[in-house]
Design a protein around this ligand. Structure first.
Ligand code: ACO
Ligand code: KIV
Length: 804
């Protein structure tokens, strides 16, 4: 049957109350009402499978934990289970002293007796009796006149008075009486008041405080807008006699979806108390939701006197007991209510958090309250025990702001605005293509792979080691003391080893700062010509990394010829993070360059013509050594070997092959050449710690092929101790001019490589001091051993003289 074109022929409107003086519209909320949970009665009676005693007990405990002080626990005369549940609560001392349990009974003697028996012995109970009072119920259900309806209520109220008094005498139980004119909102307002007056008279002992009688005025079926309920409540409150001896209770249902509004306007109309259920369970569309009402008050700054500090736990318990889901969009409690998918919402939330953090810092400084004022979020999820995890979720409706928020939360990276836009395109392409939500993992993985961020996402180029030095001042190592700003007057040199498509290359360049020096090196050695258009950085103080602050750098590069063009020309972004600001900037440049070159672009091979003094020759020779032997020679060692190589090229009058370069290096420095004749040969050594600053080295060493001798020496480190030991046998002075070390290989294969520039000073003929120096290099699984071996290799290259 279709919907009627003239519904007025089937449905009648509610009859408005003529209340020209109504006050409730100008009233405001000032305090929480008395709450009664009827989950275990009105909620339970509406379930497909009413709760078991265990479930009701669990639910009862959760209500107590949430600070509900009045709990309608059962309709005890309905079944043995209901009766047993009430007895169980009492006998197992489940009811805290400040909690009133409430039980419901119809106006029938046998059922009233059973109801009172159920609560006998408890400390305090609210005895709740009801009979329907509206015209339809009078005529259809009870076939009673108005007088008979009043008689029914009065007669059974008197019986309740008598039986509860007997119970008090016998068991000490204290009672409050509650009467409900069921179907109140469909009852003639004057008749509802008339029957309540009659009940109050029959009860005959309404007083103040705990002596007050409760008149519970239900919208058993919600049939009118909430303003009508407010009118009915205000009218009742105005007209009922001895108002001070009456608690006016509201019991809204939700048939029109306005149960919350009815309860709130009913309170403005004069209601003192609200009966409802957690998350709105109850007959048909449910009872009014107490959680929702309480949190509405909370967001007005009014203590609700209910505690939902762990709302998810409450949801879990309630849903496990009544087997009803809490819908995803449910106020405060739904899974999605603190989640923004759409771009403009996410953007506003991100900005809101940033602004609020600053505002709160100011308030703390001034000792003022830190008010919550966040776009789209009426309450702080943290107050309900929720994290901010779910606040922003990303799909094809999302924008850059939300994605940036997630990266900040999860990777601690605060991307510059233009990079947010760039990364947004990456995410948007995936979410459009896959037509699904992008999880945090999806987004962080997309970010890592787009910007080669993290060891598992290395690009074609990555930084191995580097040195930044001011030009003309070779000794100044910039690692850790160099600014990445490019506005420095001093020109800088970048000397470094980068991994290029898996092999190592030594590159060198210069510029106004570390980043432009690196770009120059890339241009010179790899024909990659880029310029920086935007650079920014911030520190990361994240708990993951303990106390160590790290720097995050962001770089936008453009093809060098586009350096001056507008932001619309093609550009690539990169990111780098490191505890060293210079290294984080350099990583960011390489990250951007990796994006720019992609997988396709072929990079120039290492092209060696060591015999010629081309601009790049020295770096190319160093590249051969690093790619063939894994040795990242320090800059001055590169120069020393380059000279050796040039001499050799002149000597043979030809270019030298890659293998030839490697062999020459090994022979020159006795590297990996155990059979080479040695002047000083180490058989064994051991290192001891003398005190906090001093070490002692002792060992067995052979000099010029002689028998091994035990020697020892001390110093502030292993190498100075070694030199001190050698000085016991060698005339003159050995001193270390330069030392450098790095690791080779990864995981269990890792070794240390050490480089030493050793100076030797000895008295020559006619007492003239003769100075010489040599480089030594060695590797070992033990870093100290590699240093010791490097020193001995250098010694073997020097014309050392033994003491007499
Ligand atoms: C709006 C509300 O939520 S009210 C609470 C409703 N909750 C429940 O009903 C749950 C528990 N109820 C029950 O277990 C049963 O209904 C019982 C045990 C109370 C009574 O069971 P039964 O005796 O089989 O009666 P039944 O369930 O058919 O109820 C209808 C009878 O109760 C009468 N009745 C209904 N409400 C009331 C009342 N408040 N006071 C007195 N009698 C009432 C009806 O007029 C009808 O009487 P009739 O049989 O003489 O025509
Ligand atoms: C018993 C009464 C209060 C009731 O549950 C209702 O009218 O909904």
């Amino acid at each position: 049957m279709p919907m009627l074109s003239e519904p007025s022929k089937k449905y009648r409107p509610y009859t408005p109350l003529n209340l020209p003086n109504r006050q409730w519209p100008s009233k405001t909320f000032t305090k929480a009402p008395i709450w009664l949970s009827t989950d275990l009665r009105d909620g339970n009676q509406a379930l497909v499978n009413p709760m078991t005693i265990e479930q009701k007990t669990t639910f009862f405990r959760e209500l107590v934990k949430s600070s509900v002080k009045q709990i309608e626990v059962a309709y005890p005369s309905a079944s043995d289970t209901e009766f047993a549940f009430v007895r169980g609560l009492i006998e197992k001392n489940e009811i805290p002293d400040d909690v009133w349990i409430q039980v419901l009974t119809p106006a029938r003697e046998d059922l009233i007796r059973r109801t009172i028996d159920s609560v006998a012995g408890t400390k305090q109970a609210i005895l709740h009796m009801y009979n329907a009072t509206s015209p339809t119920f009078r005529s259809v259900v009870f076939r009673n006149s108005k007088e008979q309806t009043i008689d029914l209520a009065v007669k059974h109220t008197k019986l309740i008075r008598q039986l509860t008094e007997e119970c008090t005498t016998k068991h000490g139980t204290k009672f409050i009486y509650e009467y409900s004119p069921e179907t109140f909102t469909q009852t003639e307002p004057d008749f509802a008041i008339e029957i309540c007056e009659a009940v109050k008279n029959a009860w005959g002992k309404a007083g103040l405080g705990d002596e007050r009688i409760i008149f519970n005025l239900p919208s058993t079926v919600e049939i009118a807008p909430p303003n009508h309920y407010a009118d009915l409540i205000e009218n009742f409150c105005d007209k009922i006699s001895e108002r001070e001896k009456v608690i006016v209770s509201l019991h809204p249902h939700n048939d029109r979806g306005t149960g919350i509004a009815s309860a709130e306007l009913g309170v403005l109309g004069g209601g003192d108390r609200i009966e409802g259920c957690f998350f709105g369970n109850g007959e048909r569309t449910g009872n009014v939701d107490l959680v929702n009402l309480a949190l509405n008050l909370y967001t007005q700054g009014i203590p609700p006197n209910l505690d939902f500090s762990d709302l998810q736990n409450t949801i879990d318990i309630v849903t496990a007991c009544n087997d009803l889901p809490v819908p995803a969009r449910y106020p405060y409690a739904g899974e999605l209510v603190f989640t923004a998918f759409s771009g403009s919402h996410q953007d506003a939330i991100k900005k809101g958090f940033e602004a609020q953090r600053l505002r709160h810092e100011e308030c703390i400084a001034k000792g003022e309250p830190q008010f919550w004022d966040m776009p789209y979020l009426p309450i702080d999820p943290a107050d309900l025990g929720q994290t901010y995890e779910a606040l922003i979720r990303v799909n094809s409706q999302s924008g850059k702001g939300g994605i940036a928020y997630l990266l900040k939360e999860h990777l601690h990276l605060d991307l510059p605005r233009k990079m947010q836009v760039a990364f947004y395109q990456v995410v948007q392409a995936v979410s459009d293509r896959e037509a699904r939500e992008m999880t945090v993992d999806d987004i962080t993985s997309a970010f890592r792979s787009a910007y080669h961020y993290g060891s598992a996402y290395k690009g074609r180029l990555s930084l191995r080691s580097f040195k930044i030095s001011p030009i003309n001042d070779e000794k100044s190592r910039a690692t850790g003391d160099t600014e990445s700003g490019e506005d420095d007057d001093i020109r800088r040199r970048f000397d470094g080893t980068v991994s290029v498509d898996g092999g190592y290359r030594v590159i060198r360049g210069q510029g106004n700062g570390p980043l432009s020096a690196l770009l120059d090196a890339l241009r010179t050695h790899l024909a990659l010509d880029f310029a920086i258009r935007e650079y920014s950085e911030h520190t990361i103080n994240d708990a993951d990394e303990g106390e160590n602050a790290r720097a995050a750098s962001y770089v936008e590069i453009v093809p060098a010829q586009n350096r001056k063009t507008t932001s619309t020309s093609q550009s690539w972004w990169g990111v780098g993070v490191d505890s060293d600001i210079a290294r984080s900037g350099l990583r960011a440049v390489l990250s951007a360059v990796n994006s720019a070159i992609g997988d396709g672009l072929e990079l120039p091979e290492l092209n060696i013509s060591p015999g010629f003094d081309s601009k790049s020759a020295q770096e190319d020779v160093a590249s051969v050594i690093v790619s063939q032997l894994g040795l990242e020679l320090p800059r001055r060692f590169q120069t020393a070997f380059f000279e050796v190589l040039q001499r050799k090229a002149l000597e043979i009058g030809n270019e030298i092959s890659v293998d030839g370069v490697t062999e020459l290096f090994k022979n020159t420095y006795n590297y990996q050449n155990d059979k080479a004749p040695t002047k000083v040969c180490m058989k064994s050594f051991k290192l001891d710690q003398l005190d906090a600053n001093r070490r002692a080295l002792s060992g067995s060493f052979a000099f010029f092929g002689g028998a091994p001798r035990s020697i020892s020496g001390s110093g502030n480190g292993p190498l100075s101790s070694l030199l001190s030991a050698l000085h016991s046998q060698i005339a003159g002075t050995l001193s270390i001019r330069d030392y450098w070390e790095h690791s080779i290989g990864e995981g269990s294969e890792v070794r240390a490589a050490s480089y030493v520039d050793l100076m030797y000073e000895v008295e020559g003929e006619s007492s003239k001091k003769v100075k010489s120096s040599a480089w030594g290099v060695a590797t070992d699984t033990d870093i100290t051993a590699s240093g010791v071996k490097a020193v001995l290799n250098a010694v073997n290259d020097l014309d050392v003289v033994l003491k007499n």
